[in-house]
Design a protein around this ligand. Structure first.
Ligand code: PGA
Length: 244
């Protein structure tokens, strides 16, 4: 079952919770996709309440690797779970760039998610310069090797392939490039996590919209989508869910 995840990033106030309700009404119990919305931490508990009894799950956008402590401004995986989250995005390229998150940091966050009973969505992706230099596949496979620690294989997790240059840019790789990346990631995942690596969904992310979702989701080994901008409007996000 494909996983369609909406990443609201630093967007969303209480007034926007009605978008989540519209999504839930449109997804329906017979959905052929698993659907998760990842609002800012301030909205998570309220969104979880609004979505109780619906098939739409709630996820975090990041977590600290420690369960509690003197980490001003941070949120732990346990706190996200306590607020109603089922999943959490870790290692988004915006956090790698803005906060210097390394593969080791991301690996620790993914394990923290596992500890708290959350399913981590681990993001990888190459820069434009890395792709132009012919290094995209090496970079993303090294990210998987550095972020997917063996204990993760004890439970469910997902990977999101998000070329940095495609995010929020209205640009996407070609279908051949996406297929090539996902095939390489599958090999790297099997090397790191065996059977769980073979089963983990590999989402594509980066400028997914209602117009390109069906084509992208039909590519071999694309197990869903991580959607940023188009997840903010319920109608657009639902169109992507229905393309899955
Ligand atoms: P986008 O963002 O869909 O707006 O390109 C995707 C993401 O950053 O997860």
């Amino acid at each position: 079952m494909p996983l369609i995840a909406g990443n609201w990033k630093m967007n969303g106030l209480a007034a926007d919770l009605d978008q989540a309700q519209v999504v839930a009404a449109g997804v329906g119990a017979a959905s052929t996709a698993r659907v998760v919305l990842c609002p800012p931490a301030t909205l998570l508990a309220r969104m979880a309440t609004v979505l109780t009894g619906t098939p739409v799950l709630v996820g975090g956008q990041d977590c600290h690797d420690q369960p509690r402590g003197a980490f001003t401004g941070d949120v732990s995986a346990e706190m996200l779970a306590d607020a109603g989250a089922s999943l959490v995005i870790v290692g988004h390229s915006e956090r790698r760039a803005a906060y210097g998150e390394t593969n080791a940091t991301v690996a620790a966050k993914a394990l923290a998610a596992r500890r708290a009973g959350l399913e981590p969505i681990i993001c990888v992706g190459e820069s434009r310069a890395e792709r132009d230099a012919g290094r995209a596949i090496d970079v993303i496979c090294a990210q998987v090797a550095g972020c997917v620690a063996l204990p993760l294989a004890a439970g469910a997790f997902a990977i999101a392939y998000e070329p940095i240059w495609a995010i929020g840019a209205g640009l996407t790789p070609t279908a051949v490039e996406i297929a090539e990346a996902h095939a390489a990631l599958r090999g790297a995942l099997i090397d790191c996590a065996g059977g769980r690596g073979a089963a983990a969904p590999i989402l594509y992310g980066g400028s997914v919209n209602p117009g390109n979702a069906a084509e992208i989701l039909a590519i071999a080994d694309v197990g869903g989508a991580l959607v940023g901008g188009a997840s903010l409007k319920a109608a657009d996000f639902l169109a992507i869910v229905h393309a899955a």
